[in-house]
Design a protein around this ligand. Sequence first.
Ligand code: RUQ
Ligand code: CUA
Length: 679
Amino acid sequence: MKLNRSSTRPLLLVTVLMILAAMAVLVVSCQDNAEQAASGAQVAGATEDINAIAEARGLTPADIAAAVKTYTPSGKHDEYYQFASGGQSGQVYVIGLPSMRIIKQIAVFTPEPWQGFGYGELGTMSVLEQGGLTPDGSPLTWADTHHPALSEMDGDYDGDFLFINDKANARVAVIDLRDFDVKQIVKNPITLSDHGGTFVTPDTDYIVEGGQYAMPLGFAYSSIENYEEDYRGMITFWKFDREKGRIDTAQSFAIELPPYWQDLCDSGKLVSEGWVFCNSINTEMATGGVELGNPPFESGASQRDMDYLHVFNLEKAKEVYAAGNVEMINDFPVITLETAIAEGLLYFVPEPKSPHGVDVTPDGEFMVVAGKLDPHVTIFGFDKLMAAIEAGTSETDAFGVPVLDFDAVMEAQVELGLGPLHTQYDDKGYAYTSLFLDSAVARWTLGGAADELTEEPAWTLVQKTPVQYNIGHITAAEGDTVSPDGQWLVAMNKWAVDRFLPVGPLLPQNFQLLDISGTGTDMPVVYDMPLPDGEPHYAQIIKADKIEAWEVYPEIGWDPHTQAVNPDAPLAGEERIEREGNEVHVYMTAIRSHFTPERVEIQQGDHVVWHITNIERALDATHGFTIPNYNIHVSIEPGETVSFEFDALQSGVFSYYCTEFCSALHLEMMGYMMITPSE
Ligand code: RUQ
Ligand code: CUA
């Protein structure tokens, strides 16, 4: 069919003008409505009688108070950012507090279609590839994110970077909080499983990644019958280069550990700065094999009354590493267990019954360990620990690691309830511990210097607020810093059960916001938020004004993966298509509402490298770009240049188009790629 162009063009123009005119009318009438509302004009059906509304909806005075504390009117920003791990989604969620509105999902270890993360864009593909390959050579794209850690300066969150681990593949990712974009993934070179990460040292010199399930270090095979001889745990200290915003793998090292399952870790702060603490489970060294008549893992690994809190002298470990007193495993420096013992880098302290979290208090004086199978939290004193190390011990574990005397190091035990897991802190001298089996958050008082802040006696349970249900981690505003804020605490509940409309057998997680600004028993739940994605583990909450996010990329042609202008960025007026043999380079720009060029003609079999710059400077003027059938999608934010490449294997006519509804003529923001058949 042949179209008569000369006659259709004016018609098209008239249609476009009519649409634009209609839209202008719409905008004006919207404004009219807004003005009416603002001037207090009665809108049909609405009432301002709060009591009548509350009665109609069955709300109690406590419900109304909760609503008033959390409701954040349109246009008003939240006070805090919460960065939550995305669990099995491999990503990170950014949530505003107190409104509990999800603001963003950051693609970290997993392709994310909207942001075009892992859909051809070269920068994102290279981040995914850095993160390791499957046995068949494709990037790993599944991850189990557990514990995000904000970068710190002097023990306070500084708002510059966020780190997070992937428990499933022992990886650590670095996110830059200027553009909320992942920049780097490092894969642990000696083991496959981590859990004690990520935790930062008080100036973010190191990012701690503790292991979990023991295995032969370096990925060798050894029969499980040789568990005690050949299987090992580890802790890795990743050196962070703040200037470059990257982990410096060449300055990083690990320490070999006995084949216990190291669990969560925390860094010392203030008085305990320079030390790192990790708890452990399965000091029984159970190896499973229920099918052979062995005890199953969960009971085999729970026989002993005590496991071991691992105490690391990081300052000394750095010296040992710097002196080259290491063994290379897969080209990665590892301080052997023997050296760690000989140099006094590692001590054990008995800790009760399958412990979970270890959380250092804001003043750095105490380490709080929750025993999953013990109704207490056990508090160890740092000064007592130092004294015990000073005094020395003749006790060792089976591998020769010195074991300090429990009673000499223990400061207090507080009985809280069933299944204590994780502890957070506030500004009033309280600690908060999640109780998994009780489905509650316990508030209790700290001793030491923090004792003066509360009216209640030290080391005492004050309140237990029920949560729904089976709480894992809790996170409090600035709760891991040397100066927590108090105010808000989020219970990260694993089960939602009856809290939301039914959605089939797979239910969301339930984040519950608790107002902890009061004292004593005043600690109500004020909001329920379903999280309809992977099951988060930990989260951190930072004061919003500490984050200085860019509004648009600083300069046109910006490459987010180098955080600098890309010298090859296509600029306005320089758009072109260059061919060298069968390699074709497309230099394209995007601005409302067109791509330049609008036609790209190539030949089947060409290798195509395509660059697009979004030359906009307006806030939120993002364009997307996709080529059908080639599984390519990129998001091009204002100022950004993206690149992708592909082999033009399939001939035909391909309409590429903008995928963000960027303007009234967004649908017209398209072009044709014509691939002429090679035969
Ligand atoms: S651990 S709650 Cu990584 Cu407690 Cu999940
Ligand atoms: Cu650009 Cu739609």
